[in-house]
Design a protein around this ligand. Structure first.
Ligand SMILES: *Cc1c(COP(=O)(O)O)cnc(C)c1O
Length: 392
């Protein structure tokens, strides 16, 4: 249905951080299926996990216990602050589940009849009706009214704005049930959360007994240099969501929470495909590989190298580049507002130079390579970016 404005290439095969198009041209892939292909392309661990699982049992429904689902849930709770996991198939669906859980908690525990969830401007939480409403960007919402009631937006990383909103919304009766934020805003322009802000947000949630939901769909699963984005902020959420990198490119989403707010009972929420043996078997292989190959150290080192290189390029083009920012292997290069250059333009030029990148808004170029990226590949990407600025 032409819902995507596509680049004029068709990709045919890949290995590691490289992909080839149908004309045989090679590209260095710093998009990774939009921060999704954790282990790159055709990684032997994924090939093995996919093959073994499809040859054994791939789908049975959640009417029965699924051993791979149990094993993946166990890995996730042992490697996070959560105690409970619900599996689904995408980021939007995971966030939808988090919204439903927070609303049920509001009704049953907080005694709020008309709950509101506060989210941030410039956020991105998905394209279902509830998650596109949670998304604080009018461009994704226009034409889809009436939107879902019960959301309110505040400026990200601005504690005064949040305190004002809490006071105004709760004035004359309790309404706020939860605050839902990205630890780092991905689509909104690769904006890392501010540590002091998030610590105060945590405090406000504790004082009021309301839930802190973190959307870790893009920044989680090791991309930030820590397994979860919230580890960079020194706080723990009550509920968080994962998807993109979790299955390394096999569709899977997860909504995780602490025991105290797990108010779901049998029958409350469900997904036919969610948590099937195939997706869970592969995701578990991805998780274990991150740990076994100590990929978080690689993410931190390669991220440092990338930001250093991009900052050197920024110094050469001070009229065009405003800032380089990010955590681990989720980084953004922001073009100055008064520069005529745009991120889609830069992405097109680097593509012609054999480097795939993706915009995060009109002025930010995003770098989200597989977590296995090497120092040589980072250098090659830096050359392509430098070449692009030289030619523009
Ligand atoms: C991509 C993304 C989503 C939506 O995930 P889908 O799998 O496309 O539904 C939600 N939140 C964040 C932060 C994302 O980056």
């Amino acid at each position: 249905m032409t819902t995507y404005a596509r680049y004029p290439i068709a990709l045919e095969r890949g290995t590691g951080c490289r992909v080839w198009d149908t004309d045989g041209r090679e590209y260095l892939d710093f998009v990774a299926g939009i921060a999704t292909c954790t282990l790159g392309h055709a990684h032997p661990v994924m090939v093995k996990a996919v093959t073994e699982q499809i040859q054994t049992l791939h789908h049975v429904s959640n009417l029965y216990y699924v051993p791979q689902q149990g094993a993946l849930a166990k890995w996730l709770v042992e490697h996070s602050c959560a105690d409970r996991v619900f599996f689904c198939n995408s980021g939007a669906e995971a966030n939808e589940g988090a919204i439903k859980l927070a609303r049920k908690y509001a009704h049953e525990v907080l005694n709020i009849a008309d709950p509101v969830i506060i989210t941030a401007h410039a956020s991105f939480h998905g394209r279902t009706l509830a998650t596109v409403t949670a998304t604080g960007q009018p461009k994704y919402q226009k034409s889809f009214s009436p939107l879902v009631p019960g959301f309110h937006y505040v400026t990200y990383n601005d504690i005064a704005a949040l305190e004002t909103a809490l006071d105004e919304l709760d004035n004359g009766g309790r309404r706020v049930a939860a605050i839902m934020l990205e630890a780092l805003q991905g689509e909104g322009g690769v904006r890392p959360g501010d540590r002091a802000y998030f610590q105060r947000v945590r405090q406000l949630c504790d004082e009021r007994g309301i839930l802190l939901i973190l959307d870790e769909v893009q920044v989680g699963m090791g991309r930030s240099g820590q397994l979860w984005g919230y580890e960079n902020l020194g706080i723990e959420p009550d509920i968080f969501t994962s998807a993109k990198g979790l299955g390394g490119g096999i569709p899977i989403g997860a909504m995780l929470c602490k025991s105290f707010c797990n108010v779901f009972q049998p029958g409350d929420h469900a997904s036919t495909f969610g948590g099937n043996p195939f997706a869970c078997g592969v995701a578990l292989a991805v998780c274990e590989t991150i740990e076994r190959e100590n990929l978080l150290a690689n993410v931190r080192d390669r991220g440092e190298q990338l930001r250093e290189g991009l900052r050197a390029i920024a110094q050469k083009y001070p009229n065009h580049i405003a800032e380089v920012r990010g955590w681990g292997l989720i980084n953004g290069l922001e073009i100055k507002a008064d520069s005529p250059l745009t991120s889609p333009e830069i992405v097109k030029v680097t593509m012609a130079n054999g480097l795939l990148l993706v915009p995060a808004g009109p002025k930010v170029v995003r770098f989200v390579p597989p977590l296995i990226v090497t120092a040589d590949e980072i250098n090659q990407a830096l050359s392509a970016v430098e070449q692009a600025f030289a030619s523009l």
